[in-house]
Design a protein around this ligand. Structure first.
Ligand code: KG4
Ligand code: ZN
Length: 349
């Protein structure tokens, strides 16, 4: 049994978690996350300097809380796992420096984790046995605030190589990410920050057929996405509705229409990739996998079975980071000489 202590500080979630791995399943023993909503709300988006300073304050608190929930202490950890890319470099460095300090004082190895690989592993957190019978190859949609990518994986996470993100990569968005399209549309509509969740909530009360919005690249036979045109269309609609004095009363209809446009594109691209790769299942991860309509439609409209993370593991959390670290440690790939490990803003070096 491996016990991994994970740290995630790549953006605005400060999170720590204890995860166990017994060679078959990944169990979350403790997970504490501080979300910096109030700190960034006045600015309508994440301010990197504020994020770093807040991580410094919150990380010791969430670490203690993760230990308390797990009934474990730092010294029970076999390995320290920490996100070192991609993300805000200042924010990443707070987590990475703390992880190095912990590893050094405890005399444990460290695993630097690619944040997107954490998302890829997230459906296996606290999963039932059914996930072990998932059929491969599987098409993975990784849709978060900063990334929208398609991957094709050929086996269980335990079999993935070190460069799984690059090796399985099929394609990504040419411009905005899907989460960004949710967030920016919500902001244009005047919905409270953070936009994605709020737009989801409003969409439940609206009619998705109310407004005709573009679905860029929906039928292009590629693995690429484009969401920036949708943002422009939403901006024009908002201006028109404001001029008519109807924005408030049509807000839910517009939210539902925006959501339907984004989800249509995601489902269509997934099905294209499934057919092209003759895939046996689909996995959707990243913050956008929490979206109500996407979860509903992907489970009924795709031609192959769907795998989703539990809702609490869709958005950024340290459990998925601890999980990657546990898997690496099990393969003998944790690092003892970790002082030179750095943090990087980019997904690919
Ligand atoms: O994976 P994540 O927590 O952070 C990044 O790595 O970026 O994803 C955050 C993104 C944000 O854009 C947020 O608006 C979106 O996920 N999101 C949602 C929902 N919950 C989170 N988008 C649509 N519907 C939701 N329910
Ligand atoms: Zn993320």
């Amino acid at each position: 049994m491996i016990l991994s202590l994970g740290i995630e500080t790549s953006c605005d979630e400060c999170s720590a978690s204890f995860v166990s791995y017994d060679g078959a399943s990944l169990k979350v023993l403790g997970l504490a996350t501080y979300t910096q909503l109030e700190e960034h709300r006045p600015y309508g988006g994440v301010v990197p300097e504020i994020a770093s300073r807040n991580h410094l304050e919150q990380l010791p608190i969430v670490l203690e809380e993760a230990c308390r929930q797990a009934g474990l202490s730092f010294s029970d950890a076999d390995v320290i796992s920490v996100t070192n890319r991609p993300g805000l470099v200042g924010a990443l460095l707070v987590g990475l420096s703390s992880a190095k300090a912990l590893a050094y004082t405890l005399n444990r190895p460290l695993v630097p984790v690619h944040h997107l690989e954490g998302h890829l592993v997230s459906p296996w957190l606290d999963a039932g046995k059914e996930l072990l019978s998932t059929e491969f190859p599987a098409i993975v949609l990784l849709a978060s605030g900063g990334h929208t990518q398609l991957h094709c994986v050929s086996g269980q996470p335990m079999q993935w190589g070190k460069n799984i993100i690059e090796d399985s990569f099929l394609g990504c968005s040419r411009d905005d990410a899907a989460g960004e399209a949710f967030d920016k549309s919500a902001k244009l509509m005047g919905l409270p920050y953070p936009g994605g969740i709020e737009l989801d909530r409003r969409a439940r009360m609206g009619n998705f057929k109310s407004f005709v919005l573009p679905r860029p690249m929906m039928h292009s036979k590629t693995h690429e996405f484009s969401f920036s045109g949708l943002k422009t269309a939403v901006s024009l609609k908002v201006t028109e509705l404001k001029q008519l004095g109807q924005l408030e009363q049509r807000l839910s209809d517009l939210a539902a229409s925006v959501e339907a446009a984004i989800v249509d594109v995601l489902i269509s691209k997934l099905e294209f990739a499934v057919q092209e790769k003759n895939a046996k299942s689909v996995i959707i991860v990243g913050g956008v996998s929490a979206n109500t309509l996407l979860r509903q439609r992907a489970s009924t409209e795709l031609s192959v079975p769907l795998v989703l993370p539990k809702l609490r593991y869709c958005t950024d959390n340290a459990a998925m980071i601890a999980a990657v670290g546990a898997l690496r440690h099990a393969k003998g790939e944790s690092i003892k000489d970790y002082f030179a490990i750095n943090a990087y803003s980019q997904a690919i070096a």
